[in-house]
Design a protein around this ligand. Structure first.
Ligand code: AMP
Ligand code: ZN
Length: 497
């Protein structure tokens, strides 16, 4: 079997994944800035890393997964000047900044639960790590890698590069180009070079989120929290750092400079970036007005949506593309995903109920071809995920396994034809690949005994040829998004595909 390879943005290659201290893996993912509702684009990034976390755990690693909440320091416009995103909302709504943080943290957690993501091992906040951040600024100043200017402290990129740093190496930006692109904005005159970035900002009188520091009242620069929190919980060098592609520059570039500057060690071994969810080819973002919220998607009440879509449909839709490709939202694609997901969900429900029936005189001989096909699909699922988490190819293998599960269910295949070992492999692989690795579960809370009761009535009415009653029961199932499967050997229900 091909071992796990991950694409490293830093080397621009797929690399064999070798954690620093196996079986332990340290993984840090940039979490949301909790000033607003997360949109579906943000969700894509978090689902990518949830799936990676699930897969690493599934193949036996013990993962410490840290995903932060940005609750201070991220300024409107993502630069070094302007209002704090959270402070701005607090002012608009005339509430405490921490009320904004709490409200959108709750929303984020709800959304993550709806999409069946696993909570990180640690979810640290920037405001909860002020001491660490102030200490980091002091260390960088002491090392001559930062300078104070009017109560703010800036990271000195020239000094860093002169000591062997290579600012720009992650994103592939050339310093001269960056300098040409950078306009001199108000306040940037405090900086020695326009590329230098704030690690501590002096708070203007109207700025409400402020802390005491050796440089006066202020707040940390946006990039600093991730360096400090990853270092605190994962060490000065750790295995995986993830985030959306749009964070490569400047956020992650600055994290490398800070981490390396603080400890002299390259902070991250594998940098992973997930690509953007787009709408008509444009990045989904709040500022472009083309974003919608998970709640709007589940209710179907947004002009871009033809109908509601369930969380698992959306999760499946996202996993059907490779995380490094852009993924364009469309109703057609989501409708196709709904169908695909429901087929798998039916398979999952059935698979859990299948039991091995030992060979009888009537069951035919073992089919080596089928055994081989199932073994190969299982193998290829691992190969796909080991190939830089290729969930798209992995899902295709799930459909091969589904074919056999359906054949067993429809009595077109006897479990004895597969032999007990391959039957068990089929069942356990299908269930665990779907639930544990891809995080796809059955949806809806159906009361199994009520459904069974209705099916009993259905059978009776059918025998009595009371077809209006039979139709009534069918209509009831349909209204719940379910269908009655009237098969030769049994009557059952299924998710409507
Ligand atoms: P933010 O709250 O803006 O810091 O974003 C949280 C995460 O969502 C970051 O990792 C972003 O890179 C990611 N993100 C933002 N927009 C999109 C999008 N359209 N598609 C995928 N990821 C996104
Ligand atoms: Zn970050």
């Amino acid at each position: 079997m091909q071992p796990l390879h991950l694409y490293n943005t830093l080397s621009r290659k797929k690399e064999l994944f070798e954690p620093l201290n196996p079986p332990y893996v340290g993984m840090y993912v940039c979490g949301p800035t909790v000033y607003n509702y997360v949109h579906l684009g943000n969700v894509r990034t978090f689902l990518t890393f949830d799936t990676l976390y699930r897969y690493l755990t599934f193949i036996g690693y013990k993962v410490r997964y840290v995903r932060n909440l940005t609750d201070v320091g991220h300024l409107v416009g993502d630069g070094d000047e302007g209002e704090d995103k959270i402070g701005r909302m607090a002012k608009l709504e005339k509430v405490e900044p921490m009320e904004i943080v709490q409200r959108f943290t709750n929303d984020f957690h709800n959304v993550m639960a709806q999409f069946n993501t696993i909570s990180p091992s640690i979810e640290p906040t920037a405001t909860g790590h002020m001491v660490e951040q102030i200490e980091a600024v002091q260390t960088l100043l002491a090392k001559g890698l930062a300078y104070e200017s009017n109560g703010s402290v800036y990271f000195d990129i020239d000094a860093y590069n002169q000591r062997g740093g290579n600012y720009g190496k992650l994103s592939g930006r050339i310093l001269d180009d960056l300098l040409n692109e950078t306009r001199e904005l108000d306040g940037q005159s405090e900086k020695r070079s326009p590329l230098d970035f704030a690690i501590w900002k002096n708070a203007s009188p109207e700025h409400i989120m402020r802390w005491n520091s050796p440089w006066g009242e202020g707040f940390p620069g946006w990039h600093l929290e991730c360096s400090c929190m990853s270092m605190k919980y994962l060490g000065k060098q750790f295995d995986i750092h993830g985030g959306g592609m749009d964070l490569k520059f400047p956020h992650h570039e600055c994290e490398i400079a800070q981490g390396d500057g603080l400890t002299g060690v390259e902070p991250v071994r594998y940098w992973m970036h997930s690509n953007m969810l787009t709408v008509n080819g444009q990045k989904m973002s709040k500022s472009l007005g083309n974003s919608f919220l998970p709640a709007e998607l589940f209710a179907g009440n947004h002009p871009l949506l033809d109908q509601p879509y369930s969380p698992m449909t959306v999760r499946f839709f996202m996993l059907q593309s490779h995380y490094r490709s852009t993924l364009d939202f469309s109703n057609d694609a989501l409708k196709a995903a709904q169908k695909g997901y429901r087929r798998l969900a039916n398979g999952l429900r059935i698979a859990k109920t299948l039991t091995y029936q030992p060979a009888t005189d009537e069951s035919g001989p073992i089919s080596e071809d089928k055994q081989q096909d199932i073994r190969q699909a299982v193998q290829q699922f691992y190969d796909a995920l080991n190939d830089d988490l290729n969930t798209a190819v992995g899902i295709a293998q799930l459909f091969t396994l589904l074919k056999y599960i359906n054949m067993l269910y429809l009595n077109q295949l006897q479990s004895a034809t597969l032999g007990e070992e391959v039957f068990n492999l089929l069942k356990s692989s299908f269930v665990s690949f779907m639930q544990d690795v891809l995080g796809l579960t059955e949806e809806g809370s159906y009361n199994q005994s009520i459904l069974e009761g209705l099916l009993t009535l259905y059978r009776e009415y059918k025998e009595q040829r009371q077809y209006d009653k039979v139709d009534q029961i069918r209509t009831y199932f349909k209204a719940q998004g379910l269908a009655i499967k009237d098969m030769k050997h049994q009557i059952d229900w299924a998710y409507e595909e």
